[in-house]
Design a protein around this ligand. Structure first.
Ligand SMILES: [Zn+2]
Length: 157
């Protein structure tokens, strides 16, 4: 038997350590939380994706009374981005959330498993790592790629 280990290396940055496009992307993800439709969970999530054409596409969670019919911010953003700009490659994505008290959550928010799988598809289409920014109130985690959040992923059949 062989023991193996999966290690995730990432950076924890203060908000004022983000510059230019990174700062803008995080700000847009935070702004998108105010356009979430979350009457059931009251957990508002926003996502912003930087595309290779320079456009930043935003998404927010969209809940539904039939719970599984709704979708997360990350998937609302990535499906719209690829439907609107199918030729553009994903470069970076930022994800932010506000909790039931309306405040940005203290610990950086992470995408659910389904969103990791969906985002991975676009990272594969891009042919290079898509940087992921997980936004918290004080810290932003900079993750080097989507695949690093979904080791041993299902990628082909
Ligand atoms: Zn999700």
């Amino acid at each position: 038997m062989e023991h193996k280990k999966i290690v995730l290396e990432y950076e924890a940055l203060a908000h004022d350590e983000l510059f230019d496009t990174d700062a803008e992307l995080v700000k847009k993800a935070m702004g998108a939380t105010y356009r979430g439709y979350a009457p059931y969970s009251h957990f508002n999530v926003g996502a912003a994706i930087l595309l290779s054409n320079g456009v930043i596409v935003e998404g927010a969670n969209q809940e539904n009374v039939a719970y599984p019919s709704g979708t997360c911010a990350e998937r609302s953003a990535c499906f719209y981005a690829h439907a609107r700009y199918p030729e553009a490659k994903f470069e970076k994505i930022a994800i932010a959330a506000r909790g039931t008290d309306g405040e940005f959550i203290s610990e950086p928010v992470a995408p659910c498993g389904a969103c990791r799988q969906a985002l991975l598809e676009y990272e594969m289409l891009a042919g290079k790592p898509v940087m992921v920014y997980l936004v918290g109130r004080e810290k932003v985690y900079r993750i080097p790629s989507v695949i690093s959040l979904l080791p041993l992923a299902f990628t082909e059949f």
